[in-house]
Write a protein that binds this ligand. Sequence first.
Ligand code: ADP
Ligand code: MG
Ligand code: MG
Length: 252
Amino acid sequence: MLKIENLHVRVAGKDILKGLSLEVRAGEVHAIMGPNGAGKSTLGNVLAGREGYEVTEGSVTFEGKDLLALEPEERAVTGVFLAFQYPVEIPGVNNTYFLRAALNAQRKARGESELDSMQFLKKVREKLAVLHLKDDLLQRAVNEGFSGGEKKRNEIFQLALLEPRLAILDETDSGLDIDALKNVAEGVNALRSAERAFLVVTHYQRLLDYIKPDVVHVLADGRIVETGGPELALQLEEHGYAWIRERIAPEA
Ligand code: ADP
Ligand code: MG
Ligand code: MG
């Protein structure tokens, strides 16, 4: 589904990703771990097509298409969802209204019919049920005054509505409490399917106690330096990132 080959990315004149390669198949959940500043969020941003991230070498193919040639909106239409690409806060804009507009924009771009408010409400109820969520966030303004945990819960709900093929979640090290982590994990688990892949960027092993990844990668110094199964996350938790550094650059 997603194939990244030898990706080099420069941000503000500095080389951040330096030859990153990664392959994700439909149905898989991949975790990307790594020390602070390794380039994890840069990877998410470049896949979403954010401005300011210059690809100097390498390629990214999504379902056979050159993802890097697409505009950010086109990437969303082809089914790539990046949790944090959505606006942080939109005061005064009702969340339900916003979600419907986002969904209908995507449907329109795909040549599908737009949903009227009754059809949309039906979909909302269906997704709330799948995720075991309350509707308490829907009548509020988009993200306004949301706690960190509520923002994450809302992102998972956006994900459920937009039904992407590839969902990229960046946990952003943002001090989520255990309930918020569980919410994210339960949402991801409920939305796992044979057609959908997840790229879960996380600093903490904790999240992976709840989301069982198929593959774990360690990103350090702009490259994937280690790939393994769920046990790799546990080894990291036990030994820290210094352990990886020693393995990739043993002392002479
Ligand atoms: P991680 O998510 O792994 O902690 P990031 O991808 O956020 O790492 O950052 C990797 C490096 O790129 C850091 O050194 C960071 O300071 C730098 N960086 C990221 N975004 C920018 C930016 N917009 N301007 C300047 N430097 C940036
Ligand atoms: Mg960071
Ligand atoms: Mg980050």
